[in-house]
Design a protein around this ligand. Structure first.
Ligand code: SAH
Length: 464
């Protein structure tokens, strides 16, 4: 991020602009929305500019800018559309201490003006650092459509009510009140006029003040395999509303980013054989926070009901008398199957699907190897990286065909997703060859769909 977005107060500030043509007009239209004192220097200004000057909305000097004109100004726009003239005036402005923007010249500008969605006092600024103005315009158009024009009046009326809302305790109670106002009661009242919105605010505040504060609660939420777009809408909502989020190592930053900014984040790392937070401590953290009245989200990679020790945590909640519910997520096996373009079950091949773990609390997990070694079996093997050799040995010992196809999928659904078409005989070697510290899933009995395998190898060779 080369440009850091901030909102600059222009109350009583001077903003000087050199230029009187189209570029100047475009900037002035924006600047006239602010409380700045605007001064324009132009020998031959456009009609609109003289009208604005006549209306007292800006000060116009009918000559080119010269030394001394920018002294004490906060911002300066060089907008003559003449590169040499803009260079000259920008140099003056810099020497006189103003922040300089040269229109259509990113390189020489100390700041840039973003695309703006104006619902004053709500302002959305969109910048692409000059990379893609088309994109900025598209995002602006999208937001213009999405943000109701009533947002501005609602925010203005709401702002005047902030003091009154302080009767509600800081935190969730106040937040719930404002959410109801902005997203429910406010929009409904706004068409009946300002007074109606003010009355609504009064009523809403009384309701919220009377409402018993919500007891603590724990949502066990599946975060899916990693791609934030594979979160469920319910998961998104839970992340939006959480006071505390307890998450493990599988949940990546792209998903945590979506959490409410004020939420307390607690990382209880738990990956493979690395040091992890003991389960008792995780249980205790969840229960303690919920007992203070917090809305806790226990965020687990994939689905919370698959190899995620859910029951230990729900039992701890039950013991502490804390209510909870589960929000399912897309499990790694589903994402891995999608990555290889194969279904996990198939008529005349396998009518049963096994979901196995490579290791459990006691070490390498034992399974019904004899049955699994039969032809046509399909198993999704979680946490199998370290146990690969053991699994391979057991299956071969029970007579499985060494040529049985196996697909390895690392970082399923993530940008660094990696698919390897392997076989039972090559399983341990191929797994060791995956250059990834991320999670990997073994799909026993499945080979990548031909198209998938091809696109993968082309990617490897840099063709795609
Ligand atoms: N609850 C999770 C599983 C947790 S166990 C779920 O439903 O997916 C952790 C194991 O899940 C890892 O060792 C790995 O085998 C698998 N896994 C999780 N995310 C994965 C991903 N994005 N790609 C491949 N495997 C993944």
């Amino acid at each position: 991020m080369q440009h850091f977005p901030i909102f600059l107060s222009l109350r009583d500030a001077r903003v000087v602009l050199s230029g009187g043509g189209d570029a100047a007009l475009a900037k002035l239209r924006l600047l006239l929305k602010t409380e700045a004192r605007i001064e324009v220097f132009a020998p031959d200004p456009a009609r609109e500019i003289t009208d604005w000057a006549a209306a007292g909305r800006l000060t116009l000097t009918r000559r080119a800018l010269s030394a001394g004109d920018v002294a004490g100004a906060s911002l300066f726009y060089a907008a003559t559309e003449d590169a040499a003239e803009d260079d000259r005036t920008a140099a003056i402005a810099r020497a006189e201490g103003a922040l300089v923007n040269v229109v259509d010249n990113l390189e020489d500008s100390a700041f840039i003006t973003p695309a703006i969605v104006d619902r004053d006092p709500v302002t959305v600024a969109i910048g692409t650092e000059g990379a893609a103005p088309v994109l900025a315009r598209a995002i602006k158009a999208d937001l213009e459509e999405r943000l109701p024009v009533t947002l501005g009046p609602l925010a203005r009326i709401g702002k005047a009510f902030r003091k009154a809302a302080e009767v509600l305790p800081f935190g969730r109670a106040r937040r719930d009140f404002w959410r109801d106002y902005y997203f429910d009661a406010g929009p409904r009242a706004v068409s009946d006029g300002e007074q109606s919105v003010e009355d609504t605010l009064e009523d809403l505040l009384a309701q919220h003040a009377a409402r018993e504060s919500r007891p603590g609660h724990v949502a066990f939420v599946g975060a899916g395999p990693g791609d934030p777009e594979l979160l469920t809408l319910k998961a998104r909502k839970a992340l939006d509303e959480a006071d505390v989020i307890v998450h493990d190592g599988l949940v990546g930053p792209a998903i945590l980013e979506l959490a409410r900014r004020e939420a307390t984040m607690i990382h209880v790392g738990k990956r493979g054989f690395a040091r992890s937070t003991p389960q008792d401590e995780i249980n205790a953290a969840i229960v303690e926070h919920a007992a203070t009245g917090a809305q806790v989200v226990r965020l687990k990679g994939g689905d919370p009901t698959v190899f995620a020790r859910l029951d230990e945590e729900t039992e701890a909640c039950d013991d502490a008398g804390i209510s909870w519910h589960v929000v399912p997520g897309i499990t790694a096996a589903s994402a891995a199957a999608a990555a290889i373009g194969q279904s996990l079950t198939r008529r005349n091949r396998n009518s049963a699907l096994r979901v196995l773990t490579g290791h459990d609390v006691r070490g390498f997990a034992d399974h019904d190897w004899r049955d699994l070694a039969k032809p046509g079996q399909v198993a999704t093997i979680y946490m199998g990286k370290k146990a690969a050799r053991f699994i391979q040995g057991r299956l071969m010992m029970f007579g499985a065909d060494p040529a049985t196809p196996v697909s390895l999928v690392a970082n399923a659904s993530l940008p660094d997703q990696h698919v390897v078409a392997s076989s039972l005989a090559a399983l341990d070697r191929d797994l060791a060859g995956i250059d990834s510290s991320g999670p990997a899933l073994i799909l026993y009995g499945l080979r990548p769909h031909a198209a998938q395998a091809i696109s993968y190898s082309l990617k490897e060779e840099g063709v795609l």
